[in-house]
Design a protein around this ligand. Sequence first.
Ligand code: FPP
Length: 246
Amino acid sequence: MGNDRNLPSHVGIIMDGNGRWATNRGLDRTHGHREGAAAVRRAVRTARAKGLRALTLYAFSEQNWGRPGSEVHALMGLLQDFLVAERDEILGNGIRLRAIGNTSRLPMLARSLLDGLVAASKDNQGMTLTLALSYGGQEEIVEACRQLAIRVSNKEIDVSDISVAAFRKEIPSLDVGEPDLIIRTGGDFRISNFLLFGAAYAELHFTDVLWPDFGEADIDEAIAAFQKRERRFGGVGGLHRPHHGA
Ligand code: FPP
């Protein structure tokens, strides 16, 4: 166990390596995703037990629609299973579920299960679990631009009102605050279109562990590494995250 001092409040995870986990064992990639879903359950429990305020999981990127149909279908099935199987656990533990991304692209069943659980858990005060589904960080930024442009053209705001603070209010992934720590499993050193705007000052932690093998000890390691870093937010030390005003 790491110490509780300076615990990251919001942690984002890029869950990579399901395919390789399966291929290494001579199994179908789908099998890796199934084990990946089990790792999601563990991660949610662990994050909650450690007292994180928010956990954002990159479950399906906008670009993942380009995978073979059978793999997309399997991932959607696992999402649906997760939403059914974890319903009681989420509601019983005060977890607030939300989703970011273009969820209108999800199959109807997945979407209705998701919408139902998001609505049922909306007043929960414990950890917020955000599933990034059909999500892309660039897409999220472009949508924010579109929203601000609409408000300018409706004369609700002036061009000069567009600031970092105004912009960030249009970024749904930041409703739970900027990520303090972003973890990527699977050995690659990329951000892969995850939480781009909010990642500005996030600490990044990369591990070779493949997502299906990721467990409590790995979360502890990532948190311990975070706690050792000195965050300066562009300053010279001893500073806190800059505030951009209201
Ligand atoms: C990356 O592994 C993982 C994904 C594309 C999806 C993540 C999905 C899950 C963890 C399971 C289902 C999710 C929920 C919320 C129940 P990869 O296939 O890119 O692995 P590779 O790089 O080894 O090919």
